[in-house]
Design a binder for this molecule. Structure first.
Ligand code: PHE
Length: 453
């Protein structure tokens, strides 16, 4: 089969925007605000930032460097450095295959909400039953999911520089602008000040061991760690792009958007609910049930703000699904030598089948349960709570015991000085594996109902 080159990002900006595009997603906009609100506001923020600059930096740098060093996707990067460790690559590879379909189902929901606001149907979304009625119907959610995944495929098929990088260079700056506009608007609502205070001022009594684990799990998900993506994107990074400063920019971007998302969501919900913190703890339904009510209460301008908001969530979601799609395409091509087009068609078909089943899991297939979860939660549990920490743990051991930290240090240093080397070496060898085991144990117990967070 003819070998076409897999492509590269044009330079640092292309790499940073595409990787930040992967990292910034539903996790930042929907999950981060309610986690922060639940676990002590400013206290959670502080813990989160400390974790990001230590453990987060360590893990993102490791995966990116493994990718760049080997030029391979997740599946082959490990095996090409140490053939006996090739199975670690398989764990990394399975994760994006399983996340992509269900992530795109949620992407379809976002698209539907955006269209509803755009076409003046936002008011209907504010009723209590609108969301459940929508996801349990057999047609519409599948249709919007299909549009979302086809759009993702159309961008990926164009390649690394012309598809992924170009899309990220347009969508990411727009995402930042829209986020700032909506955050300012939200913070200036009457009664929003109390929400800003609730979000930013530390409440030490809410801090606990669980909140630390919650912050860690959130960070792994948000930075797309152990999902086969960072290795793949690292393999598209040119050798002269400074590694550690690029990684720092990605994690800064991701954390800044999560922080702004808190400023966008918390004050608005606070003002709407008359300062009742319970409104924020609604968790998953916050985005699709509570926020439409908030927009509905903003007479006149609500429809417009709703459309802007769901447009920015759409940008965040599709740049993430692009990275998942690309990770799977890259894996398939490494293993089979298929062209980008052929691999993309296969990934699209796979996603359409599994995603449709997942979507129907809220309607006609509602009686299907795996390990007691509905289909979407099942895929979420297996990937985020089980496979992801296992892959992360194996990666740490792989670096410290198999290839040696020096191999990573050397690759980082080939493009720029590595000032954080001591911190990095200490974390990857000693602290990261312990933290990760703690996440694994707690998230599996929580998922199976032995622990209530
Ligand atoms: N990091 C993304 C977010 O915060 C989620 C994601 C997971 C993206 C897996 C790609 C792959 O939403």
């Amino acid at each position: 089969m003819e070998e076409e080159s897999k492509g590269k990002f044009s330079g640092k900006i292309g790499y940073v925007l595409a990787t930040a595009g992967s990292a910034v997603g539903l996790g930042n906009i929907w999950r981060f605000p309610y986690m922060a609100a639940k676990y002590g506001g400013g206290m959670f923020l502080l813990v989160y930032v400390l974790l990001v600059i230590t453990l987060g930096f360590t893990m993102v740098l490791t995966e990116t460097t493994l990718g760049r060093k080997t030029g391979k996707s997740a599946i082959d990067a490990f095996g090409s450095l140490a053939p006996k460790a090739g199975w670690i690559g398989w764990i990394h590879a399975v994760v994006p295959c399983l996340i992509l379909p269900y992530y795109s189902v949620i992407g379809g929901w976002v698209l539907k909400y955006f269209f509803s606001y755009l076409t003046g149907g936002g008011k209907a979304l504010a009723s209590d039953s609108a969301f459940t009625a929508f996801i349990s119907s057999p047609g519409e959610p599948v249709l919007f999911f299909a549009v979302f995944i086809v759009l993702t495929a159309l961008i990926v098929v164009k390649g690394v520089e012309n598809g992924i990088e170009k899309a990220s260079k347009v969508m990411m700056p727009l995402l930042v602008i829209l986020t700032v506009i909506v955050a300012i608007f939200s913070m200036t609502r009457p009664g929003a000040g109390a929400g800003v205070k609730y979000y930013l001022v530390p409440n030490f009594s809410n801090f606990s061991f669980q909140s630390l684990l919650g912050a860690m799990g959130q960070m792994f998900y948000s930075l797309s760690i152990s999902m086969g993506i960072l290795v793949t994107y690292g393999s598209y990074m040119k050798k002269d792009v400074p590694l550690s400063s690029s990684v720092k920019q990605v994690i800064f971007f991701d954390t800044a958007i999560a922080f702004l998302a808190g400023l966008m969501v918390i004050p608005a919900v606070f003002a709407f609910s008359g300062g009742n913190p319970e409104a924020l703890k609604k968790g998953p339904s916050l985005l699709f049930i509570t926020l439409p009510k908030v927009f509905d209460s903003m007479k006149g301008i609500g429809t417009f703000m709703g459309a802007l908001f769901f447009l920015l969530v759409f940008f965040a979601a599709i740049t993430s699904s692009i990275s998942l799609f690309e990770a799977v395409v890259s894996i398939l091509r490494d293993k089979t030598g298929f062209t980008r087009k052929k691999a993309s068609v296969i990934v699209l078909l796979w996603s359409l089948v599994i995603g449709t089943l997942t979507s129907l899991g809220f309607g006609p297939l509602a009686s299907v349960h795996l390990l007691g979860f509905d289909l979407l939660d099942f895929f979420d549990f297996i990937t985020n709570s089980v496979l992801m920490p296992i892959a992360a743990f194996c990666t740490c051991i792989f670096v410290s015991k198999v290839v040696g930290v020096q191999a990573i240090d050397k690759e980082v240093e080939c493009s720029s000085p590595f000032r954080e080397k001591k911190l990095y070496n200490g974390f990857i060898t000693f602290l990261a594996p312990f933290f990760i085991i703690a996440i694994l144990v707690s998230s599996v117990m929580e998922g199976l109902g032995f622990l209530a967070f």
